[in-house]
Design a protein around this ligand. Structure first.
Ligand SMILES: [Ca+2]
Length: 510
């Protein structure tokens, strides 16, 4: 080969490389899911003390940070299914953690799968779908690194693989909280546990394995544009993170949530039921004088998750892909730490529906943009399809948010809609929060005057036109709840499902 020809070929191939990295027609996508993270991040200011989330805050400052974003469902599996399928629980009948989307909706195409079908390389690690087996069939991915669990709560002497195989395994629920080996063995503990895991180095935590996967992935060359989904398990319980994160929150500086003792008095029975479903844990923690410790552990877990987000952002920055990669960060729902006498999730009040939500899209978003329009997570699918110039998928429930990404003050005609269990729905507009329960009872809060939602206006003759307007957004029908896991044989090795009754065979790889 002549020297000039060689140089010419070299230049052409270098240009081709460049084109792949800076393919502006079809940008890369990274979706970061943070589990159970409520509005306790710096940019949202939900925590009344100081929470350290420098990395989520720098991502917020680099694009459009939403201040009125809500989950589509206030529990893990339905929330993640709603984002990944682009459809609400009231559309799919996927209302709880005990249902498999693939077994019940084999024809549905996930967000990742849609990108894969349209020329993207799709990859992921950690908690993207719900973390129990059967929720993350291979059909979405070219490659996926399974979640690594840290906690004896999850597997005791079981291996992570056994947990993977043992769908639904929860261990024997032993009460919280101190982390003490019994005769040298760590017993199976409770989901409510917290503390640093003795002897475990930071690099060994499951969420760090997600970061390591991301680093390796972003250091490689990629022939195609990529869709990369990464999920941290913290700050999901049990709150086990390295000691240094606990040390950042001295107990005497921990600020407890403000609580109104008679807060449930003006709430309908269906709302009380949701509240009381998580009250036992709260009362126990509070009555045993552990409330501050628990809040400290949640804060520590948030900052640990934030560190992982920061390492992913750094890995992107240090790669060749930063200028042409959309980054989406979201949490699957919020969390109660005693408000409405509730511990956990699965309610429809603001601390449970609201989530951190950020999008940076090179060429579309501008730094330091805050958007206060109400949005929920079924909008993510159509928005990414639009930003990446893929063919429109016409059967989705959500709306393309890209006008808000170009201008956060654009007109936006929709509320944020969140659901829990069949028939209970939250409608959040810019000014109002309306809750409609399955029995027709309702709550209404003035979100500007009453951010704590202490004053249900329903008993105070609110303006009927406001209620009529809000009621228009309540789904007209709620799909029947789909069959649960017991209706199927699941083979975790082949990733197949067999409907016990109809004998329908479903291949999770397709
Ligand atoms: Ca969750």
């Amino acid at each position: 080969m002549k020297k000039t020809t060689f140089i010419l070929l070299l230049v052409i191939s270098l240009m081709a490389c460049k084109t792949k990295e800076e393919n502006t027609e079809h940008p890369n996508v990274i979706v970061i899911s943070v589990d159970d993270l409520r509005d306790w991040v710096g940019y949202l200011g939900g925590y009344k003390g100081t929470v350290y989330t420098p990395n989520i805050d720098r991502l917020a400052a680099s694009g459009v940070a939403f201040t009125n974003a809500h989950t589509a469902a206030t529990v893990c599996c339905p929330s993640r299914n709603a984002l990944m399928l682009g459809k609400r629980p009231s559309t799919t009948g996927l209302y709880n953690n005990g249902q498999w989307w693939k077994a019940t909706h084999p024809q549905e195409i996930t967000l990742a799968q849609y990108f894969k079908n349209n020329g993207y390389y799709t990859a992921g690690a950690g908690k993207v779908f719900h973390h129990t087996p059967g929720n993350n069939p291979p059909c979405s991915w070219n490659e996926f690194q399974d979640q690594v669990f840290d906690d004896p709560w999850n597997f005791a002497d079981w291996s992570a693989e056994r947990y993977f195989l043992s769908y639904g395994y929860r261990g024997e629920i032993v009460q919280y909280p101190e982390w003490k080996p019994l005769n040298g063995i760590y017993p199976i503990r409770s989901e409510l546990d917290w503390g640093a895991i003795p002897g475990k180095e930071e690099k060994d935590y499951g969420d760090v394995q997600v970061v390591n996967y991301a680093k390796a992935f972003l250091q490689k060359q990629h022939e195609k544009p990529f869709f990369l989904a990464l999920g941290t398990y913290r700050p999901h319980m049990p709150w086990h993170v390295p000691q240094k994160y606990f040390d950042m929150y001295p107990l005497n500086e921990v600020v407890l949530p403000e609580i109104k003792e008679d807060d449930l008095d003006d709430i309908p029975e269906e709302g009380k039921k949701l509240a009381m479903a998580g009250s036992r844990d709260f009362f126990q923690i509070r009555d045993e004088g552990k409330w501050k410790e628990a809040v400290q552990a949640y804060l520590a877990s948030i900052t640990f998750a934030d560190k992982q987000v920061g390492d992913i952002l750094d890995a992107l920055q240090n790669s060749g892909f930063a200028k042409n990669t959309i980054v989406v960060l979201w949490s699957d729902h919020g969390w109660h730490l005693g408000t409405k006498q509730h511990w956990h999730k699965q309610t429809l009040w603001e601390e449970c529906t609201q989530i951190p939500f950020i999008i940076t899209a090179p060429g579309t978003t501008k730094p330091n943009s805050l958007c206060d329009k109400p949005v929920d997570m079924v909008n993510v699918f159509p928005t990414l399809v639009s930003l990446c110039k893929l063919p429109e998928k016409t059967d989705l429930d959500g709306h393309d948010m890209s006008p808000l990404l170009r201008n956060p003050n654009s007109d936006w005609a929709y509320p944020a809609i969140s659901e829990i269990k069949t028939g209970n729905v939250s409608i959040r507009t810019q000014n109002w929060h309306f809750i409609h329960y399955k029995d027709g009872t309702e709550e209404l809060y003035d979100s500007n005057k009453d951010p704590n939602e202490w004053n249900n206006l329903l008993g105070q003759n609110p303006d009927k036109s406001i209620l009529e307007e809000l009621n228009k957004w309540v789904p007209k029908t709620f799909a029947e709840s789909v069959p649960d896991k017991n209706s199927f044989y699941f083979d975790p090795y082949q990733y197949t499902y067999l409907n016990r009754e109809t004998k329908e065979f479903i291949d999770g790889k397709k």
